[in-house]
Design a binder for this molecule. Structure first.
Ligand code: ATP
Ligand code: MG
Length: 657
């Protein structure tokens, strides 16, 4: 990263000769090379992963056993006897080699408030903070809660915690005090790290106040470390609360990293809660880090000198693996963006990409739908350094995929639709940028070590061959898979490993097409069965979004006397379109045309917005409950980003009756 040039007269820029060129070759030379390596990863996983683990990470003690345990027994473990430290791998080794290399590009909520941190600076900050935690009594194996906005200190906190062998449990700093309380209690955290306030989209968020409320019912929390972000007056509990800036001043800038066994827990993270009560997923050190580094290198084709920008929040797995671990393990600069894509206007992402010459960008379809809806006049930027555009979190409709590729990527950058889960730790079905040919809407081919199986949900048997549909499972363990659900190993076994013995069950439906490419159809519970046709909600939603008036859509199945289930669609339309029966008819026609008459929605509800989790995923189970008249049994809705939409949707549904 070069510093911004001294102010020059504007005309000079116009004459600048541009010599920029993309790096000539991806890490993997061809699809054929991928196939050869992939076969090795499946036939000889020990050989493949042993080599990757030694190449990508620095071990304090080498491992001897690459892999042990089985999916049947739920005791998979990797790189045994090996010892390493996450913060050493993310920071020290790069800082020793090149202390002035930029590690973090902090893009603050206000466009000009940001700053950069080099690897040398990051090492000092991480060490001081690690000392502070140690002095607070945090020991190896203790869980520490992070309730921080997207600021460099969030990454410093991650790395300080792992440096002393403690376990981070990040709670998205948009969750209510009740959600925070539940997660602090579940993980038995003794320390919480937060800010006085957060700043997002021009608005202030009272993070410290939320922590105070949550901790009223967490008597075991001994300390709260508070980073001063805005300088607001906040109440302080004497003895318990400590200012970050006062504490770090007390301690030296180097502390040795704690050697950790490969299978020691690295972090806990609660799932998004789209399907029910969030699960505290546990990841371990060696396997998770290998997965993060390997996917960063091969999926995003990260090279030295890249500037990587993942728009996900550190409160989600995407932020863990692709804001923090993958880019830092590979020693490149990671953009930490505090704000929203809509502030100060809908050009914000593109401004950031242009300003920092971002090479890889990674975001969820929900943000892309928002930006596509806002209009192309916000995307005037050249963004010529962009090589890879990632998508994650939900199926991406072909319409949105094409917009991403053409309007954002100028048909130069490759779109990688990456399928994975909190539980998988890193991308599992995904194109490799620059290598795998893509088809809009398909997550394409398995990553190394992932052996997908399509299972018939009725018989439970695996379906061989191509051109098949069913539920998606994996036949082999891979390094970055979750090892347990915190405090509930039985729930882990029952949710993932006991459903189809010998397989890891994803909970998602999928198809494998005639070329062996995978198409994720959405959650198994979201599949609609009309007169024996198993329809994917994602596919019907993608058809609806092709209509120019549609901004977002969600499809669910409802009980139907005649057909078993019937398709019902919820649609949010773009501003300026009239809501009437003619539009509803057009939408039904759109689905008939794109998929077929059997998929046509029986009812179309035009709603102001859809119920979405805070990570932007549509919670279809709420729509199903509303249609079934079970509004009093909505279940856990604490992870909804705007709970008030539920009443608005209920009103629309009632009106239609
Ligand atoms: P919970 O498990 O609590 O219900 P969640 O499954 O939404 O929450 P995550 O682990 O964040 O929590 O999300 C993983 C899920 O997101 C996948 O199982 C899949 O349904 C969906 N998903 C992620 N990436 C993609 C993708 N590229 N294409 C299609 N679906 C995706
Ligand atoms: Mg899930």
């Amino acid at each position: 990263m070069t510093a911004s040039p001294p102010k020059a007269p504007v005309v000079a820029e116009a004459h600048e000769v541009d010599t920029f060129q993309h790096p000539s070759k991806p890490h993997i030379g061809s699809l054929q090379e991928y196939e050869t390596l992939y076969q090795e990863s499946i036939q000889e996983p020990e050989k493949f992963w042993g080599r990757q683990a030694r190449e990508l990470l620095t071990w304090q003690r080498d491992f001897q056993t690459v892999k042990s345990g089985s999916l049947e027994n739920g005791d998979c473990a990797w790189f045994l006897e090996g010892q390493l430290n996450a913060s050493y791998n993310c920071v020290d080794r790069h800082a020793f080699k090149d202390p002035n290399r930029v590690a973090i590009i902090y893009e603050a909520d206000e466009p000009n408030d940001g700053r950069n941190l080099t690897y040398g600076e990051l090492l000092r900050e991480v060490c001081k903070t690690a000392y502070v935690l140690k002095q607070m009594g945090v020991k190896k194996g203790d869980a520490v809660a992070i309730y921080l906005p997207m600021i460099p200190e969030a990454l410093i906190a991650f790395l300080a915690i792992t440096r002393i062998g403690a376990v981070h449990s990040v709670v998205f700093a948009g969750f209510s005090s009740d959600s925070l309380r539940d997660r602090v209690i579940d993980a038995e955290c003794k320390v919480v790290i937060t800010t006085d306030e957060g700043k997002r989209g021009g608005k202030l968020i009272g993070t410290k106040k939320i922590v105070d409320d949550a901790l009223k019912q967490c008597p075991d929390v001994r300390h709260v470390l508070v980073y001063k972000r805005t300088g607001a007056e906040v109440p302080f509990t004497k003895g318990r609360d400590l200012w970050w800036h006062e504490e770090v001043e007390k301690w030296p800038s180097y502390i040795a990293p704690e050697p950790m066994n490969s299978e020691d827990p690295l972090f806990l993270l609660y799932t998004s809660g789209s399907t029910g009560k969030p699960k505290g997923v546990m990841h371990t050190t060696g396997g998770y880090l290998v997965g993060a580094a390997a996917t960063g290198k091969y999926v995003f084709d990260i090279h030295e000198g890249d500037r990587y920008f993942c728009g996900g929040d550190v409160g989600w797995i995407t932020g863990h693996t692709y804001v923090v671990y993958a880019p830092l393990l590979l020693g490149v600069a990671t953009v930490v963006f505090e704000g929203t894509p809509a502030y100060p206007n809908f050009s914000r992402y593109w401004d950031i990409i242009e300003k920092h010459k971002v090479t890889q960008f990674y975001v969820a379809p929900t943000a892309l739908r928002l930006l596509k809806r806002a209009g192309d006049h916000y995307v005037k930027h050249e963004m010529k350094h962009l090589r890879v555009l990632g998508s994650v979190g939900e199926p991406i409709a072909a319409e949105v995929w094409k917009w991403y590729f053409e309007t954002v990527g100028k048909e130069e950058a490759q779109v990688v639709d990456t399928y994975w889960q909190t539980e998988t730790g890193s991308n599992v079905i995904t194109p490799l940028a620059g290598v795998t040919p893509t088809k809009p809407g398909s997550a394409s081919l398995p990553f190394f070590g992932i052996e997908p199986a399509i299972i018939d949900p009725v018989s439970g048997d695996e379906i061989a061959g191509n051109d098949v549909e069913g539920v998606l499972a994996f036949k082999q363990a891979w390094p970055s898979m979750a090892r347990t659900v915190w405090g509930s190993h039985k729930r882990y076994l029952d949710t993932y490993l006991n459903v189809y013995k010998g397989y890891y069950f994803t909970g998602d439906g999928a198809g494998r097409d005639h070329e062996g490419f995978y198409w994720i159809r959405g959650r198994v519970d979201d599949v609609v069965n009309v007169s024996g046709h198993r329809l994917s909600t994602a596919e019907i939603e993608a058809a609806l979004i092709e209509h120019p008036a549609v901004a977002e859509s969600a499809v669910v199945g409802v009980h139907d006397e005649l057909t078993g289930q019937a398709v019902n669609a919820f649609v949010a339309i773009k501003d300026g379109n009239e809501v009437n029966d003619a539009l509803r008819k057009e939408l039904i026609l759109q689905v008939r045309k794109s998929i077929g008459p059997f998929a046509a929605p029986k009812a179309v509800f035009i709603v102001p917005d859809l119920p979405k989790t805070r990570s932007g995923k549509i919670m279809r189970r709420i729509l199903r409950k509303i249609l079934a008249g079970e509004e009093d049994q909505l279940g856990d809705i604490t992870t909804l980003s705007d709970p008030s939409v539920v009443d608005k949707i209920i009103a629309v549904a009632h009106e239609a009756k």
